[in-house]
Design a protein around this ligand. Structure first.
Ligand SMILES: [Cu+2]
Length: 323
């Protein structure tokens, strides 16, 4: 479609007068098609290998250990590839236009204002792209937030300034009973022992202020609220055994940064033995040793808060002169 005649005429005249204009236009279109094909080929090549690993996860943490973390990671990688594809296409168009329509004289190039198909395309295309991204984001988010009726394991996460307590429960909700418990202290990092291949529900509550339960390898964190609120989430399965550091991700006071714990993922058999040992009266450290696990946290250690050293008014402060 062509714009107003007064704007179009000079270039139209120039093009029609030039014997090579049609050929140049065809070559330009050919280059554009080549660029598009090259982009598609590059994408196919990239998706053939582990794109996330090749590009360091496009900034997203790698090494997720739950089924949910893999889905979130895949969504991020697919979104980055889509954004890059759009970016490469737009950058290509910009460079092509810069070269193809560089100034060669005083004649105006072809004016494309009021080109309805073009305007329709660049209105509809972004809406389509955002809709597709929204669709997949909603699917993954719903999946990650999904709660099952009867999870295999329920653990109550109790946060307080500045440590954690983990209660193994015999059911869901505040009415369920605690069958075993692990309490963190200033000297011992609390170790939360959980099994692979079982669905796990985390029920969070705080005794004082807002904290946030965060294990980086779950690629997930959720605020721990005080009062009657129980923040609940689930992982359908943990897929990797090992020790993973956990942190508080909500600024909760002076020693917030010291509020670490450890998630220890073991086989279901070892988990059952651990729980039986705890219910038999063993300490968390003894129960861990009984199943052949390192009794103390391996990924973090208790911090020296230097609480008295940094106190401006220590008990043994010298008296004011003359007092
Ligand atoms: Cu905290």
């Amino acid at each position: 479609m062509v714009a107003r005649s007064s704007e179009v005429r000079p270039s139209a005249v120039r093009h029609s007068a030039s014997p090579g204009a049609g050929g140049r236009r065809r070559r330009g279109a050919g280059r554009l098609a080549g660029l598009g094909l090259g982009g598609v080929a590059l994408l196919v090549l990239l998706t053939g290998c582990d794109v996330g690993a090749a590009f360091d996860g496009f900034g997203w943490p790698q090494g997720g250990i739950s089924a949910e973390s893999r889905r979130m990671y895949d969504l991020w990688i697919a979104s980055c590839i889509a954004a890059l594809a759009v970016g490469v296409f737009v950058w290509g168009l910009i460079f092509w236009c810069v070269v193809r329509y560089r100034k060669r004289g005083n004649a105006l190039p072809v004016q494309t204002r009021y080109n309805m198909p073009m305007e329709f395309l660049y209105t509809i295309a972004p809406i389509l792209i955002v809709s597709v991204l929204f669709y997949y984001t909603a699917i993954v988010q719903t999946d990650v937030d999904k709660l099952s009726k009867n999870p295999d394991v329920t653990v109550e996460v109790v946060a307080f300034k500045w440590n954690w307590q983990f209660n193994y429960r015999d059911g869901q909700g505040p009415e369920a009973r605690t069958t075993a418990s692990t309490l963190g202290t200033s000297e011992v990092i609390p170790v939360l022992v959980l099994p692979t291949n079982r669905s796990i529900r985390f029920e969070e509550t705080s005794r004082d202020v807002i904290h946030s339960f965060w294990v980086p390898e779950l690629l997930f964190k959720r605020d721990v609220m005080p009062g009657k609120i129980r923040n609940v989430f689930e992982v359908s399965s943990l897929e990797t055994e090992g020790a993973f550091v956990g942190r508080c991700a909500e600024l909760c006071g002076s020693y917030h940064a010291f509020m670490n714990f450890e998630l220890r993922v073991v086989s279901p058999e070892k988990y059952d033995q651990f729980l039986a040992a705890k219910q038999g009266g063993k300490s968390t450290q003894d129960a861990l040793a009984a199943i052949g696990e390192e009794p103390y946290a391996e990924t973090t250690k208790p911090f020296d808060t230097r609480r008295t050293q940094s106190n401006f008014n220590p008990d043994d402060a010298p008296a004011f002169p003359g007092s």
